[in-house]
Design a binder for this molecule. Sequence first.
Ligand SMILES: [Zn+2]
Ligand SMILES: [Zn+2]
Ligand SMILES: [Zn+2]
Length: 117
Amino acid sequence: MAICEDCQQEMNTAEGCSADALILNDQRYARFRMRTDDGPRRCGDCRASSGGYHHLGCDMERCPRCRRQLISCGCVQAEDEDGEDTETLVAVVGDTVVYPAALRGLRISSDPTKPWG
Ligand SMILES: [Zn+2]
Ligand SMILES: [Zn+2]
Ligand SMILES: [Zn+2]
């Protein structure tokens, strides 16, 4: 049993995560769907099935902003006023935040260039 904290689904049986977009640096980006044209039908890391979305934090997720590996591309990091690195990643289902937990349930604007309204 492994339950995704963000979509609350059992990762071994869910089609994929329900979060369909990410907000990086105040811009909304649609996530890439899992593609396994030749490989196994489920992601080896987060168990999302082909055509679904990876669960957040998956090694295999590509960044929708720069197309590199999301966990290492740097797009989710930003410097705050004190020069400290902070994570700016926000995940949404439609217009409702599911990650981070502190913002869960918050509604965002549907304007992709101004997700915070
Ligand atoms: Zn999930
Ligand atoms: Zn995955
Ligand atoms: Zn990136």
